[in-house]
Ligand binder design. Structure first.
Ligand SMILES: [Zn+2]
Length: 249
């Protein structure tokens, strides 16, 4: 794969897609009904039906906790997950259901990049509400092949806008994905951790996270294996603290 091909083609494709969306009227990216408010990619009823994680969340992985506010600090998953996630805490906008699953799929596979605006707004709100201290924002990278095929990294789209919303710098080129991991949904947890082990190395701008509090952004956290590996690479680069931010847990 030539260097020119891998950088120019994604940009051309984005331009073409942008022109198409000007010609056809917008529909809600989740229920596909016509949009009244063109400023949002998702209609008001769909947004209203998506429960954001509120005050009642797992302090470790960001999952919704049930009704015991302030009683249990970590969820049942984290009680079993003894390795942790390599991060000090995780901020999740929602659970991977109730519309958040559709939103992530539409962003990633349906190429509905405007959804990153909505996702970044939710995450920025939660990061500020919870007082998560951050110096710099980093996205979990895609491998070259997957990036070339998709034309964009959904985590990077979210991370850039999230950084702007909370007034912190976004750093690209900090992490590199050394190899692709197979689509993970269908894999067992153990297999999954093995697949992603050592999948990240630090990039040419890794020095930017040295002694910094990093907000590490991804679209989805499933077992936490990807987040953990990316966090370990950041720690090797000297990151002081790391918080994860994901659209769906
Ligand atoms: Zn948890």
């Amino acid at each position: 794969m030539g260097e020119g091909r891998s950088t120019i083609w994604p940009r051309v494709r984005l331009l073409v897609e942008g022109s198409v969306s000007l010609v056809f009227p917008p529909h809600c990216d989740i229920c596909h009904k016509p949009l009244v408010d063109r400023a949002s990619p998702v209609c008001v009823p769909c947004i209203a039906a998506m429960p954001l994680v509120g005050r009642d969340y797992c302090r470790r992985c960001g999952a919704v906790q049930g009704e015991y506010v302030g009683v249990i600090s970590t969820c049942h998953y984290c009680e079993r997950e003894t390795k942790g996630f390599g991060v000090d805490q995780v901020v999740a906008a929602g659970m991977y259901e109730q519309g958040f699953d559709k939103l992530v799929k539409a962003l990633k596979f349906g190429r509905r990049r405007a959804l990153a605006t909505l996702a970044s707004a939710w995450l920025a709100q939660l990061v500020l509400d919870r007082g998560v201290e951050t110096d710099i924002v980093v996205a979990v990278p895609l491998g070259r092949e997957r990036f070339w095929r998709r034309g964009f990294n959904q985590a990077e789209l979210i991370a850039r806008q999230l950084a702007a919303r909370i007034g912190k710098p976004y750093a690209s080129g900090v992490l590199k994905r050394t190899r692709e991991t197979p689509p993970q949904a269908q894999q067992a947890q153990e297999q999954r951790a093995g697949n992603v082990r050592g999948a990240f190395k630090t990039g040419r701008r890794a020095g930017m996270v040295e002694d910094k509090r990093v907000l590490l952004v991804d679209d989805v956290m499933t077992t936490g294996a990807t987040l953990r590996e990316a966090a370990l690479a950041l720690k090797r680069a000297g990151a002081k603290e790391i918080a994860g931010a994901v659209v769906a847990r």
